[in-house]
Design a binder for this molecule. Structure first.
Ligand code: PRP
Length: 206
């Protein structure tokens, strides 16, 4: 049985559809309930529905053999997994944003609110910029509005959250999309099914 960690939500549903279309469908997936595990012994797959930010952890720790995760989360967790394929869905950008009237004072420590602490530290590290990180778990755009931070580091997809909260993008510094990842041990011992799935996904992504 191949254990597949899927991110709960729209991206997970999109990926499930891709996998179902290449033969890895599972009965009951679309029934709206609170079940977190779906399996098909015939197809040899078991889907685990996990919080998007936890997918890489499940895969790294071998609780799942493979998974689908945003590049933003892979960068942030630094998980020791194989990144096998860019699925070219769930596209967005990692960006710095600030209030529309914001002017940076380079002599002051920059206060940065973000969910992506490691990504932000690395980004400003390459610029040799002193920062204070304010770690938040959501609604990041509120932080500069309330004066909690100067800027935010966050993902921007359509840009509507930024616009509707009167912020502006200062710099986009990384393209993000969903990646197919594998646990390193699973890749060795379940290589046949993982490679088959990888090749079929590659055909779909083309
Ligand atoms: C993400 C991100 C932005 C928003 C960007 O938040 O943190 O707030 O989506 O999308 P947009 O450019 O299309 O507006 P999410 O919806 O995951 O909620 P969160 O505030 O709980 O992080």
């Amino acid at each position: 049985m191949l254990n597949i960690a899927l991110p709960k939500g729209r991206l997970g549903d999109q990926v499930y559809e891709m996998l179902a279309s290449i033969g890895y469908d599972c009965p009951g997936y679309y029934e709206q309930n609170r079940k977190l595990v779906f399996e098909s012994p015939q197809k040899g797959v078991r889907y685990l529905l996990v919080k998007p930010s936890d997918v890489a952890i499940y895969v790294e720790h071998h609780a799942a053999d493979v998974g689908i995760v945003g590049k933003d989360i892979l960068m942030e967790t630094g998980a020791d997994v194989y990144e096998l394929l860019d699925l070219k869905i769930g596209k967005c950008r990692m960006a710095v944003a600030a209030p529309e009237n914001y002017v940076e004072d380079p002599d002051r420590t920059l206060r940065v609110a973000t969910k992506y602490v490691n990504v932000a530290k690395e980004f400003y590290g390459t610029k040799n910029r002193d920062i204070d990180i304010i770690k938040l778990n959501g609604s990041i755009e509120l932080a500069p509005i309330l004066g909690l931070s100067d800027v935010i580091v966050d993902i921007v997809e359509t840009g509507s959250t930024i616009r509707e909260n009167h912020l502006k993008v200062i710099e986009e510094f990384k393209d993000i999309s969903a990646r197919f990842i594998a646990n390193k041990t699973s890749f060795k011992f379940k290589n046949e099914i993982i490679s088959r799935m990888l090749n079929q996904l590659r055909e779909k992504v083309k």
